[in-house]
Design a protein around this ligand. Sequence first.
Ligand code: SF4
Length: 302
Amino acid sequence: MEREDLVESINRLREEREAVILAHNYQPPEIQDLADFVGDSLGLARQAAETEARVVVFCGVHFMAETSAILNPDKVTLLPEPRAGCPLADTVTPEGIRTLRKLHPRAVVVTYVNSTAAVKAESDYCCTSGNAVDVVRSIEATEIVFTPDGNLGRYVQGVSGRRLIIWEGCCPIHDGIRAEDVSRLKEEHPEALTIAHPECRPEVLELADAVASTSGMFRVVEESDREEFIILTESGLGYPLGKRFPERRFHFPSPEPLCPDMKMITLEKVERSLRDMEPRVTVPEEIRVRALRAVERMLAVG
Ligand code: SF4
């Protein structure tokens, strides 16, 4: 099918199925253009919680579709490519959390939203990169376990002043951004403001003028009078940034930070999933109910 025909078919099916299409900021441009809402994990979770659609088509990775299914047990959640996973989410298991709880029985467990539903079910709070600092600050307990992103944990520890017991997982895309490549980019673009995602390494964050989640990056750009920006996150963000701020210039490091899982969704797969109402993402009720508590706490903060 030609691209125009595919889009037409998706639009017709979207209406017939009473579906909403949600897309992450790192998705390919043609998917972002098609979506009813484009955003970061927190924004998408909020949309998933508020939608009145019967079907949610999640254009992102598996944990995001699971979060939508946790919030919407009565709706159908479709993930057009079921193999789209997240290597960071895979670094922590429910058993890992239970072991940490045995070692730190009084600790409160905060888990980044980039985690499986089963891990969320073992956690007390969820957070996103956008509200992790506020979530940690809202907790009174003296012992806090933070999983699974070590770089984000160290950043939150530094900003909040709270000592965290940190799980050493990482996002290979953000962790792969090297300080020497950033320094070179800064030399090439001395007028640019550098904005880094908190999943980057500490030495990369030290080179940044601002640290922000992907939606936070839009705010930093909006409030800045600079014309050029160095953006230290997955390069898919260049598309929505360019659309919203066509008069500004955005530079990404080389080698390009590119998440292959985020690029697995295609127009063909979206069309097929709406037509067949497959592949569906479901969460067993016993896990869903426990995970929901942590996710609702995340949505309540910040
Ligand atoms: Fe996971 Fe990193 Fe890809 Fe996001 S960019 S889905 S955290 S591997």
